[in-house]
Design a protein around this ligand. Structure first.
Ligand code: HEM
Length: 384
């Protein structure tokens, strides 16, 4: 039940010793995320890893209007529902076939690791399809993504420096690789996101190659580990609530509200760590001075008893479930429709096809990050 969050919510807007602010209640988090004086521009922030990437063009998650809105709109034109019938709509058969193939490989194994054998390979394969990465290059893509994700948790006190260096190198290699793909796609419009972006002359004009590379990178980084964790947290939660698991087997439509409840109850993103106040922001009678850094405790907001009845109960029948799992405001998760379908298909098929699943250890070992929450491995016995 996250007692730390309950403690934090006693002071909804809390000033830290270093002058930054921690916001932990639902109403205050949503108010701030909708405040036009809040900035996401990494160039305004002094986060230790901000420079590590040598990023020339920030992706739109790290930009403010009007640049943010223009780039997001351009990407959204092609990406898909609910805004346009874009690429994601056409991906349903591919999602089912990737999930089916991964579960086929469980055959004959007494024990599977849901992370390595399923949740990890799934979203990265989906993003490769979406971007139009040739199949033979997918393994390289997987390795780069592994190195990048590993380095996100880098702790200079406990980790070998190699971990950080590998991450930086992988980011460079990935950018270079995507840049090469974008160059090839000019003048060759195909039905993948890179081709569409490279040849699009929509109302906002065309993205530069650098902007396309930054956007592709963003989709990969923002859309991979998060989806891995939602699927893994989802299966873990179902195994801890066998009656819900059984209902899902009998009533596959339950997966839609169930996925929303997972995004509230065990969300992959617990914190939006780096926002800054452009000018003074007043919230809950407190003035957050211009220039302050602001940390938004999304997972705490989604468990706020002033917003959700009996918030520590996992209840897939919950109504009015406006959780903060995808954030809120202008940066509301861009990949929400895709992440939802990926998770819905994954959970439905896992529950349908894995025979008598049983957790080997509960709780499993979690990754160390306070921002992203999910198990490092999730060992499950089948045919028990
Ligand atoms: C933004 C969560 C999957 C792409 C966000 C934000 C959250 C989030 C909390 C807000 C960040 C902020 O306000 O700074 C999640 C979760 C996911 C998921 C929990 C999976 C369960 C995806 C996928 C994609 C994606 C699959 C793309 C393929 C993005 C992008 C943004 C974003 C591009 C930035 C939007 C903007 O700045 O306008 N996501 N995400 N996400 N997400 Fe997701």
């Amino acid at each position: 039940p996250y007692p730390l969050y309950a403690e934090l919510r006693k002071t909804p807007v809390a000033r830290q010793e270093d002058g930054s602010y921690v916001i932990s209640t639902y109403r205050e988090i949503t108010d701030i995320l909708h405040d036009p004086h809040l900035s996401s521009d990494i160039r305004n922030l002094s986060h230790p890893t901000a420079g590590a990437e040598e990023q020339t063009t920030p992706a739109f998650i790290n930009l403010d209007p009007p640049e943010h809105d223009r780039l997001r709109r351009m990407a959204m034109r092609h990406f898909g529902p609910p805004h346009t019938p874009g690429l994601v709509t056409g991906m349903e058969p591919a999602l089912s076939s990737i999930v089916g193939g991964l579960i086929d490989d469980f055959a004959g194994k007494e024990q599977i690791d849901l992370v390595d054998d399923f949740a990890y390979p799934f979203p990265v394969t989906v993003i490769c399809h979406l971007l139009g990465v040739p199949r033979e290059d997918e393994p390289r893509f997987h390795l780069w993504v592994n190195d990048i994700i590993d380095s996100i948790d880098y702790n200079p006190k406990t980790d070998p420096k190699e971990k950080l260096d590998n991450g930086i190198q992988a980011r460079k290699d990935l950018r270079q690789y995507i840049g090469g793909l974008v160059e090839q796609r000019h003048g060759r419009p195909g039905d993948d996101l890179l081709s569409r972006l490279a040849n699009d002359d929509g109302p906002d004009g065309r993205m530069t190659d650098e902007e396309i590379v930054a956007t592709a990178n963003l989709l990969l980084i923002a859309g991979h580990e998060t989806t891995v964790n939602l699927i893994t947290n989802g299966m873990l939660t179902l195994l801890r609530h066998p009656q819900v698991l059984q209902r899902l087997r009998e009533q596959p439509d339950l997966v839609v509200p169930l996925t929303e409840e997972l995004l509230r109850y065990e969300p992959p993103v617990h914190i939006i760590p780096w926002r800054a106040a452009y000018s003074d922001i007043t919230v809950a009678d407190t003035v957050i001075p211009k220039g302050s850094q602001i940390m938004l405790m999304l997972a705490s907001g989604s468990r706020d008893p002033n917003r959700f009845h009996d918030p520590d109960r996992f209840d897939p029948d919950r109504r009015d479930n406006q959780h903060l799992g995808f954030g809120s405001g202008i940066h509301l998760c861009f990949g929400g429709p895709l992440a939802r379908r990926e998770t819905q298909i994954a959970l439905t098929e896992l529950v349908r096809r894995v025979d008598r699943p049983r957790l080997v250890a509960d709780p499993p070992q979690y990754r160390r990050s306070p921002v992203l929450r999910g198990p490092i491995h999730l060992h499950i016995e089948q045919n028990g």
